[in-house]
Design a protein around this ligand. Structure first.
Ligand code: ZN
Length: 340
């Protein structure tokens, strides 16, 4: 078998008509024209060296780069805008799932273990899935309160903060509404906190982060002006919402929330609750029903059909729908769908 393969190589090298896919490697051989049997050996050694170099080079590519893990894709997208190629950023959850109930994977633990910085959305959004993973990862650098930990909810003012916690009723918003990031006007506050954290952990690249943040802030201002102009047209309209995902955006633009399909955040609708919503809707004046991509839309469809009110499905994170590829296109898509 050995002799056969030794003979085969010079043959393919001299043939110009049909080059095998690996022919490109032969360029690296210093003795490619030689018909001596050790040509193949030299090529193998070289091939091995190339593969080894690639294997060594891949981790080297990230060596010295800050390894950032974020819980949700929207955070990863903002972080990328600021960190550029000086960081390696990874998100744990998928953007098309219910952010409250992410099903953990073993790879989440491995990523948390290697991370230099963990950025979370906070306000109890990750409470149902992240704490056990952090315990298992055993990486003190990224534990709450540590240097490599950033809770973005601390940068904004939460709404619907309850006076007393009603968790026994099943409310999954015990600290207030955690979906603050779905108001584009809050994103600059988050970007600013991310800039501060990246610069503190990696002061060598602070200038680079500052300049990228400046570019992002400029772009965001221009986009926000466009979004705010379009959303202003919806002022005074009344809507029904499945989950309280868009309350920050609704409040900002004077869009009135007439009711939610969930009786309490995280609690699926009962027939009695739907009857109450029907009473509200039969009074007229509801412009649309906001539905997310992950909860069942049966109740929304039922109400939409019965009262001839359009149901609008909105992405709640980057990756929730194909058009929401990044933090900017997420809001482009939300505004586009609301304006239809
Ligand atoms: Zn929620």
């Amino acid at each position: 078998m050995k002799t056969k393969s030794l003979r085969a190589l010079p043959e393919t090298e001299t043939s110009t008509a049909q080059k095998p896919p690996w022919a490109a490697f032969s360029r690296f051989s210093p003795r490619r024209r030689s018909k001596k049997p050790n040509t193949h050996h030299a090529a193998s050694v070289l091939r091995f060296a190339v593969i080894l170099a690639l294997l060594l080079w891949a981790p080297a590519l990230y060596a010295g780069k800050l390894k950032v893990v974020t819980t949700y894709p929207y955070i990863a997208s903002i972080t990328e805008q600021i960190g550029g190629d000086r960081i390696k950023v990874d998100h744990l959850a998928r953007g098309d799932y219910d952010p409250h109930t992410i099903v953990p994977k073993p790879s989440f633990i491995a990523r948390l273990r290697r991370a230099d910085l963990l950025i979370i959305s906070g306000a109890q959004l990750e409470i149902g899935w992240l704490p056990p993973l952090l315990r298992q990862a055993g990486n003190p650098t990224v534990n709450p309160g540590a240097k490599g930990f950033l809770d973005l909810s601390r940068s904004v003012r939460l709404i619907d903060v309850p006076k007393s916690v009603s968790r026994e009723q099943g409310d999954i918003h015990p600290d207030g509404n955690p979906h603050y990031y779905l108001d584009p006007n809050n994103i600059p506050l988050l970007a600013r906190s991310i800039l501060t954290k990246l610069s503190a952990l990696d002061s060598r690249n602070a200038g680079y982060y500052r300049s990228r943040h400046g570019e992002f802030a400029k772009l965001w201002n221009a986009k926000s002006a466009e979004w705010n102009r379009k959303l202003a047209l919806l002022k005074g309209k009344k809507v029904i919402e499945y989950h309280k995902n868009f309350d920050y955006l609704l409040r900002r633009h004077g869009i009135l929330l007439a009711g939610t399909i969930e009786p309490l955040p995280g609690i699926p609708p009962t027939s009695r609750h739907i009857e109450e919503l029907e009473k509200i809707m039969s009074g007229g004046g509801i412009s649309f029903i906001l539905q997310d991509v992950y909860n069942s839309d049966d109740a929304s469809r039922h109400l939409s059909k019965k009262f001839n009110v359009p149901m609008v499905k909105l992405p709640h994170d980057v990756g929730a729908v194909p058009a929401a590829e990044g933090i900017i296109s997420l809001f482009d898509e939300i505004v586009r769908r609301l304006g239809q």
